[in-house]
Design a protein around this ligand. Structure first.
Ligand SMILES: Cc1cc2nc3c(=O)[nH]c(=O)nc-3n(C[C@H](O)[C@H](O)[C@H](O)COP(=O)(O)OP(=O)(O)OC[C@H]3O[C@@H](n4cnc5c(N)ncnc54)[C@H](O)[C@@H]3O)c2cc1C
Length: 628
C-alpha cells in the first residue's frame, strides 16, 4: 500500500468518482470492485484497517451449515459458491479445512446432520460445475445467461472443490481430532469448509484495490457528508493523527461501516458531528428522512477463546455441542486452537468489545465436556470478541435467528449503505453496491472481481533461506504474504536482528513489523499485534509477561512489546519518549480488548483493567492514535 502521508495528499487534492467509508472487508471489497470497473476510488478508515468486525470473526470462509437450519438456502448457496471462488483467487490465504462431527459409544452419526451435509454437498458443487455449461447452452438456445456465468473463473478446471461428506471410522476421527482420543469416538461425519486469516484477507483486497488505482488511508474518520443540492458529494473527515479536518470530494459515497452504519448516517443527516458544506438545512425532517432510508443495526456479540495446540491438539475442525441445541467450532488456526463462537444481543461499547467472563466460561465448559479436558481460564493463549452487524427487522427474534443476508440501502442524498452479510460474501456485497453505481452512471462496466487473483500465491520452497530466520517462519510467511514474503525476507537479510521471532517459539518475525510500517500503514504497536501479525490473539500471556517485567524493572530485552516498539520507532521516527507513550497506549488497548492485567475473562471484564490503569484507564479505539 502507499504511504499514509502520500494517501492523505492524494485524498485532499483530487476529486473521486467514489469515496468508501469503512476499511473492513465490505469497504475493501467495494473499493476493489469499483476500481476494477474504472471508477476513481478513495477509501477511508477511522481506526485501523479491519479493526472492526473483520478482525474478530471465526476465520471461516464457509456456507454456514447452521444457516440451513433457518432455511436461509439462498445465503448458504451464495456463500458456498464464493468459498470455492476464494480458494481459486487466493489459494495461499483461503484453504480447505476438514471438519468432523463425531459419534460415540457405537452410535451412528446423527441422520439429520447427514441430510444437512447432503444438501451442503449438492449446493456447493454439482450445480456450480454445471453452471458455465448450462449458461452456455442457454445462451446458444437463445435463453440468456449472464456474462459472468459464461466467463471462465480463476483457476477453473483445476480449482478446489470439496469432496462429498462421508462417514469415517473412529481411528480417522482421532487422526483429525487427536484431542478426542480419550473419548474413543466410534465414527463421525467428515466434511469440508475453508479457513483464512480475516485481517490478511482485508489487507490483500485493499492491496489489489490500490493496484487498480484506489487511494486508501487509515486513521481517517468520516464525520459527515458533504452535500450539494441535497446530493452527497463527498465526506468531511477527521485525521486521527494530526486532528486536522479534510474534505474528500467524490461523486458517490458508500457507507461500509458495518456495525457503525446507522451511526455515521444519522450524524450525516443532522447529528452533532454532521457537516453540510452547502448550507443544507438540518431540520427534523431531514433526520427522519435519512433514518427511514437506512438500516437499524442490531449488534450481536460473538466471543472466541484461543488455546495452545498442546492443550487441545486438532488437525481438523470439530463441531462441539454447547447445550441448548447450539454448537461451537473448535478449529486449528495458526498453530493454536480457536474455539467459538457465542451469539448474544449486545448494547455495549462498539470500539472495544471485551470477551466477557460468562462467554469464556460457556466456551470452556463446552470444550471440557466434549473433549474430557479440564481447561480453565488460566490455560488460555488468548480471547477476543466482535460484534455482528445484523440488520434489525423490528422482530424480537434471537440474534442467532436473524438472517446474515446483506442489504443495500440508498438514501435520498444518494449515499449507499451496504451492511449485514458475512466475511465470506464480501465480493457479492461489493458487486451489489457497485452494480448500483454503474446503473446510476449508465456505464458499461461489468463486475470483474471473480477473475482477479488476490495477492500472488507462492510455494514455500520458492522462498530464499535467510540466516537466523526460524524454519517455521517460512510457511507462515508464504501463507500470510504470498509472493510479498520475499520483501519480508529481504529485510531480514539486510538487518540480521529483524530475522528474530517477535515472541520466542512463534513464527512471526521482526522484519514483518518493519514491512507493516512501510507497506501496510501500521502506525501503532496494537496494529502490529492485533492486525498485521495475530499475536495479540494468539499469545496474550507472553505479551502480558513483558508488562510484568517492565513494572518490576526486570530485564526487558526479550519483551515482545518493547521489541516491536523498537522496530516501529526506527520506521516511524519516534523518539524514546514517544516510544514509551506508544507502549502505554498499547497496554491500554490490550486492557480495553480484555487481554490486559486482570487476565482474560477476569473480574475486571467490562471495567478498567489493571493494565488500563497505567494510563489512567483512558478509553482508546482499536488502532486509534492521538497526536503525541
Ligand atoms: C464473532 C463473529 C464471528 C464471525 N465469523 C464469521 C466467519 O467465520 N465467516 C464469515 O463469513 N463471517 C463471519 N462473521 C461475520 C463477518 O465477520 C462480518 O460480516 C464482516 O467482518 C463485516 O465486515 P464489515 O466490513 O461490514 O464491517 P467491519 O469489519 O466492522 O468494518 C467497518 C469499518 O468501518 C470503520 N468505521 C466506522 N465508522 C467510520 C467512520 N465514521 N469513518 C471511517 N471508518 C469508519 C470501522 O472502524 C470498521 O473498521 C463473524 C462475525 C462475528 C462477530
Amino acid at each position: 500500500m502507499i504511504e499514509r502521508a502520500q494517501a492523505l495528499a492524494a485524498l485532499s487534492c483530487n476529486e473521486f468518482d467514489l469515496v468508501v467509508v469503512g476499511g473492513g472487508i465490505t469497504g475493501a471489497g467495494v473499493a476493489l470492485d469499483a476500481a476494477t470497473r474504472g471508477f476513481s476510488v478513495a477509501l477511508i478508515e477511522r481506526a485501523d484497517f479491519a479493526a472492526g468486525t473483520s478482525s474478530r470473526s471465526s476465520k471461516l470462509v464457509h456456507g454456514g451449515l447452521r444457516y440451513l437450519q433457518n432455511f436461509d438456502l439462498g445465503l448458504v448457496r451464495e456463500a458456498l459458491l464464493e468459498r470455492r471462488l476464494m480458494v481459486a483467487l487466493a489459494p495461499h490465504l483461503v484453504h480447505p479445512l476438514p471438519l468432523v462431527v463425531p459419534a460415540f459409544d457405537g452410535a451412528r452419526p446423527d441422520r439429520l446432520v447427514g441430510v444437512g451435509l447432503n444438501l451442503y454437498d449438492v449446493m456447493s458443487v454439482d450445480r456450480d460445475r454445471l453452471r458455465p455449461r448450462r449458461a452456455r447452452r442457454a445462451r446458444e438456445a437463445g435463453e440468456g445467461g449472464t456474462d459472468e456465468d459464461l466467463r471462465p473463473r480463476a483457476g477453473e478446471g483445476e480449482s478446489w472443490s470439496p469432496e462429498r461428506h462421508r462417514v469415517i471410522s473412529g481411528e480417522e476421527v482421532c487422526e483429525l481430532l487427536p484431542a478426542l482420543a480419550g473419548r474413543e469416538p466410534t465414527s463421525g461425519y467428515l466434511f469440508y469448509d475453508c479457513q483464512t486469516d480475516d485481517v490478511r484477507l482485508v489487507l490483500t483486497v485493499l492491496g489489489e484495490a490500490e493496484r487498480f488505482g484506489a487511494v486508501c488511508a487509515n486513521r481517517l474518520g468520516a464525520t459527515g457528508l458533504l452535500e450539494r443540492d441535497g446530493r452527497a458529494c463527498g465526506v468531511r473527515a477527521l485525521d486521527g493523527e494530526s486532528c486536522e479536518t479534510l474534505e474528500i470530494r467524490a461523486a458517490n459515497v458508500v457507507n461500509a461501516t458495518g456495525v457503525w452504519a446507522d451511526r455515521l448516517t444519522s450524524a450525516a443527516a443532522g447529528g452533532e458531528e454532521a457537516e453540510h458544506s452547502q448550507g443544507e438545512s438540518r431540520d427534523g425532517r431531514d433526520l427522519h428522512r435519512e433514518c427511514s432510508e437506512l438500516p437499524r443495526i442490531r449488534p450481536s456479540r460473538g466471543t472466541h477463546v484461543v488455546l495452545a495446540r498442546e492443550d487441545l491438539p486438532l488437525n481438523g475442525g470439530a463441531i462441539v455441542p454447547a447445550g441448548g441445541g447450539r454448537a461451537v467450532f473448535a478449529l486449528p488456526w495458526l498453530g493454536r486452537t480457536l474455539v467459538g463462537t457465542t451469539d448474544r444481543d449486545y448494547d455495549g461499547e462498539l470500539d472495544h468489545v471485551r470477551p466477557p467472563a460468562e462467554d469464556v466460561d460457556y466456551l470452556l465448559r463446552a470444550v471440557n465436556e466434549f473433549f474430557g479436558t479440564g481447561l480453565s481460564v488460566h490455560d488460555l493463549a488468548g480471547a477476543f470478541a466482535g460484534v455482528r452487524p445484523l440488520i434489525s427487522t423490528g422482530d424480537p427474534k434471537k440474534s442467532v435467528d436473524i438472517s446474515r443476508k446483506a442489504e443495500l440501502y440508498e438514501a435520498s442524498s444518494g449515499m449507499l449503505t451496504i451492511t449485514g452479510g458475512k466475511l465470506t460474501t464480501w465480493r457479492r456485497m461489493a458487486k451489489l453496491t457497485v452494480d448500483r453505481l454503474v446503473e446510476r452512471d449508465s456505464r458499461d462496466a461489468p463486475c470483474r472481481t471473480h477473475e482477479i487473483p488476490l495477492g500472488q500465491a507462492i510455494a514455500v520452497d520458492e522462498l530464499p533461506q535467510v540466516e537466523g530466520v526460524p524454519a517455521d517462519a517460512y510457511p507462515a510467511l508464504a501463507g500470510r504474504y504470498g509472493h510479498a514474503a520475499h520483501e519480508v525476507l529481504a529485510l531480514a537479510a539486510e538487518r540480521g536482528e529483524l530475522a528474530q521471532p517477535i515472541v520466542p517459539g512463534l513464527p512471526d518475525i521482526l522484519a514483518e513489523v518493519a514491512l507493516a510500517a512501510r507497506r501496510e500503514q501500521a502506525r501503532s504497536i496494537g496494529d502490529v499485534f492485533f492486525r498485521r501479525t495475530r499475536l495479540g490473539l494468539l499469545a496474550a500471556p507472553e505479551l502480558h509477561a513483558g508488562t510484568d517485567a517492565r513494572d518490576s524493572g526486570m530485564d526487558t530485552a526479550a519483551d515482545p512489546v518493547r521489541r516491536v516498539a523498537g522496530v516501529l520507532a526506527r520506521e516511524l521516527a519516534w523518539d524514546p519518549e514517544r516510544a514509551l507513550l506508544e507502549i502505554e497506549r498499547f497496554v491500554a488497548e490490550a486492557g480495553a480488548e480484555g487481554i490486559g492485567g486482570e487476565g482474560i475473562g477476569g473480574e475486571g471484564v467490562g471495567g478498567e483493567g489493571v493494565i488500563g490503569e497505567g494510563v489512567g484507564g483512558e478509553s482508546v479505539r482499536s488502532g486509534e492514535m492521538r497526536p503525541a
